[in-house]
Design a protein around this ligand. Sequence first.
Ligand SMILES: [Zn+2]
Ligand SMILES: [Zn+2]
Length: 347
Amino acid sequence: MFCIECGSENKQMVGEICIDCFLKEFEMIEIPKNINVEICSHCNSRLEEGKWSDSFIPEEEIIYRALERNIKINELVENEEINLEIDQIKGTIAECFVEVVGDVYGVTIDETHDTSVRILKTVCPSCSKLQSGYYESVIQFRADNREIKSEEYDKADEIVARTLEKQAKTDKLAYCPQIAKLKEGYDYYIGSLKTGRKIAEALKDEFGGIIKESPRLISEDKSTGKGLYRIWISVRIPEFESKDIIEYENKLIQVTDIGKNRVVGLDIKTNKKHNIPLKNMESIKLVKKSSEIETTTIISMSPKIIQILDPSDFSAVDLEMNEEFSDYNIGDEIKLIKIENYIYLIK
Ligand SMILES: [Zn+2]
Ligand SMILES: [Zn+2]
């Protein structure tokens, strides 16, 4: 056998030509001279095969991945080792160098390629939504029958910010483009519905209350007939607060804790503990604010009677002794609340 190209004999043959002539024309990899990558100038996510993915990866990493994606290795190559290098970055163009070492028909070859990766900076759909103030949900933070206190607004702001930060890891629309500060409460505009719902839940966790969603049709896609909805999520926190006296199922209860789904309190007549589901918030009546709780002094005590001073006129009032107060002493201060001319002692 002799090579039909160079005529040499006694060489390893690849078809009708010798290995040397074969390798002269052979390239282990194919890589385009110019590679374009579209990345978002705001979040660094990149467009790949029509999809935006992997936000927040560094630019160099984007270049390396673009090179990797564009390399086609010939199937004759074995034991290949590919080394990628960025020579220099000039403006938006990265001059790169690709070195391949591999075996072809038992011969080890070293091959180099120059290529450039051009980074086209655009704005991804999520960022353009953010810039245009796009939002899918509005959280209406309200209190039942009362104004919201400034500490409650501060707490709510903090919860919204914290939840957005947490959600931002998985939801690119976790942002709040606007807070409308209305007399009746704040409206938090939230980029996505998913995150809007998470925030509403977090607010409920903190304050208790009731969440209600009401979708409003914003526009209709003529081609699909599908409606675009924006969801208003109302978070209505209770009128009562911890330590207030409420009435529920004919019982007078002092609130000790407001949780995510329930109110815990003590019956001020029997001192029994009650759990009231917050979904029954409508049936809970605020009777007295904790600010109306007064303090007085015990004048005398007997096993059946506890006598105190009525703080309004300093008259002595006899009340039924309750086991709860048996460890009190004469002269001690004691708390009381007046409800419809009755005096209730509370702990
Ligand atoms: Zn040859
Ligand atoms: Zn972006």
